[in-house]
Design a protein around this ligand. Structure first.
Ligand SMILES: [Ca+2]
Ligand SMILES: [Ca+2]
Ligand SMILES: [Ca+2]
Ligand SMILES: [Ca+2]
Length: 364
């Protein structure tokens, strides 16, 4: 972790309390606990009744002491003591409004198409070829997803800021790209999983250093996400043909390794996402129109029908509330069906039958 970056995110607890309570005078007393938090800097103190802060990273702000009654803040990201900064789970957000955008990749010419959630406008870019591997993510850290692809060990990234592109080598032709934010600095890192050896290689965006991590085996599918909610993406694999069924192995950056048997070899891998809204990504797969979610809070599971056989799962946070929404793209009618956690079901035509939904890009 880059220290400067870490410091940039440090928060004064009082800023959190101030934002939550609006109180501007000092109080004291009561019981509260803070775990997995980064809190420092600034002046003033905070205290209060019963409250807990869990997994929070924020930014130092000047201001007076503040306090609160009974409340709980879990895995929040705060900046400037005012509006919360959403955790980086709203992937595929090309216009940076915190909501995933309906988006497709046309394989023939290599075109990226998206429908801006902010104003409903279309954009399209020719970038890459149909044979390239899609790796869209926010590499530059401006809060907008960058179009990106991987070709034979070379990364090509089109900056969302000015749509210029850059490229660099990292990996080999047979590696499986698995970008994520493995150093927790808010920028996606180039990363690959090497099936032949089960070793991951990550190029940290914070300092350019390389992480080498043995986790997984040939045939595994990388599903990195932040499963323990500490702001750092975790190495993780889906092993469809495990000994007792489909296996999921998570190397959580704060909580250690855990494995679960969940699903059948024929189930469709879904990228990890926070379906329960507790700030921790959950394990999920799609089976013929039914979603199965394994809660990482207690490793119980639930399932629900959404979509149909033949649909392509394309989950994201389409309403921007921080909770991952089940979504599918249906090639037969080119409609998107999105089960928004706060805004109801969205049905919208976007794309062509041969397009690939971009929010499905990480499923290899
Ligand atoms: Ca958006
Ligand atoms: Ca990073
Ligand atoms: Ca983590
Ligand atoms: Ca949502």
């Amino acid at each position: 972790m880059n220290r400067t970056t870490r410091l940039d995110r440090i928060v004064l607890l009082s800023a959190i309390l101030l934002a939550l309570t609006g109180l501007t005078f000092a109080q004291s007393g009561g019981n509260f606990s803070i775990t997995k938090s980064v809190i420092a800097g600034g002046g003033g103190s905070a205290s209060g009744g019963n409250f807990s802060v869990n997994g929070t990273i924020g930014q130092a702000v000047a201001g007076g002491p503040s306090t609160g009654g009974s409340f709980s803040l879990q895995s929040g990201f705060w900046s400037g003591g005012s509006s919360p900064v959403t955790q980086n789970i709203a992937l595929f957000d090309f216009d940076g409004d915190g909501k995933s955008d309906l988006s497709t990749f046309k394989p023939g010419p290599g075109e990226w198409w998206y429908l801006r959630s902010s104003d409903g406008g279309n954009r399209a870019f020719q970038f890459g070829l149909g044979t390239d591997v899609l790796v869209p993510a926010d590499y530059t850290g401006d809060g907008k997803t960058d179009n990106a692809f991987y070709r034979n060990g070379e990364w090509f990234i089109q900056r969302s800021s000015d749509f210029s592109f850059y490229s660099f080598p990292f990996g080999t032709a047979t590696d499986v790209p698995a970008p994520g934010d493995y150093d927790g600095d808010g920028k996606a890192d180039a990363a690959v999983f090497r099936p032949s050896t089960g070793v991951w290689f990550v190029q940290r965006s914070s300092d350019g250093g390389v992480i080498v991590e043995a986790f997984g085996a040939n045939g595994d599918r990388p599903v990195p996400a932040d499963y323990d909610g500490d702001g750092i993406d975790d190495f993780a694999i889906h092993r469809p043909g495990g000994q007792s069924g489909a296996e999921w192995w998570l190397k959580r950056s704060s909580l250690g390794v855990i494995a679960a048997t969940f699903g059948l070899p024929t189930d469709k891998t879904v990228q990890g996402g926070d379906y329960t809204g507790d700030g921790k990504a959950d394990v999920a797969f799609f089976r013929n129109g039914t979603w199965f979610v394994l809660r990482t809070s207690d490793f119980s599971f639930y399932s629900f029908p959404f979509g149909a056989t033949g649909d392509i799962p394309a989950p994201g946070d389409y309403d921007g509330d921080g909770t991952t929404d089940a979504a599918v793209f249906r090639p037969s009618d080119t409609n998107w069906y999105v089960q928004r956690s706060t805004a109801g079901v969205l049905i919208q035509q976007f794309g062509a039958a041969t397009d690939r939904p971009v929010p499905n890009a990480y499923v290899r």
